[in-house]
Design a protein around this ligand. Sequence first.
Ligand SMILES: O=P(O)(O)OC[C@H]1O[C@H](OP(=O)(O)OP(=O)(O)O)[C@H](O)[C@@H]1O
Length: 192
Amino acid sequence: MAPNTKGERFAWLDPTSIYINGSAFADLLDDLVADLDGLVVDVVAGLDAMGFVLGSALATRLGVGFLPIRKAGKLCVETDRVAFTNYSGRNQDMEMRKPAFAPGTKVLIADQWIETGGTVDGAIRLVERQGGRVVGLAAIAIEENATTDAYRAAYRCVSGVVQGSGWQAECNRQRLTSFETYDPQRSFPAIR
Ligand SMILES: O=P(O)(O)OC[C@H]1O[C@H](OP(=O)(O)OP(=O)(O)O)[C@H](O)[C@@H]1O
């Protein structure tokens, strides 16, 4: 995963090198699906924008559909809208089509990353307001803080970066030791 080279307005890392490499992406999905074993999911909801990548891939692996939750102002149908604040401190709105599913639908929410938990909090509210049951959260990494501790207590939380690992501690510090040797070419897709 690549370090931020652009400053504070941006996320502290970029996981594109996982998505762009077929083996790495497949390994990530294998691990997440294995950790989701036994969880009954009716639909995967992915968060705009990068949560669409992981969310739609997971949905196809789980054999269920995919529901995009959008940043506000994009959907051309009736929506429900909530405000949220993410790691940047910026206030934004997000929207979900309305109606999106029947009450009681079991929803797995997927996002690229959970840092403060502010973004996923908005998605949980949208799902629950339509009578959906959030059954799990999936991400490449879920940083540890009071908000995400509460999520782990309430929902099945699965992440590529495993809780208790050295990588989890590095994620919490927002500095990976692998940044020192990061080389984008190592993840380039093979040319056939
Ligand atoms: O836990 P939080 O502090 O809310 O931060 C996590 C969110 O931030 C990132 O997305 P970002 O808002 O950067 O947008 P993007 O998906 O369009 O890159 C990430 O993909 C999550 O959606």
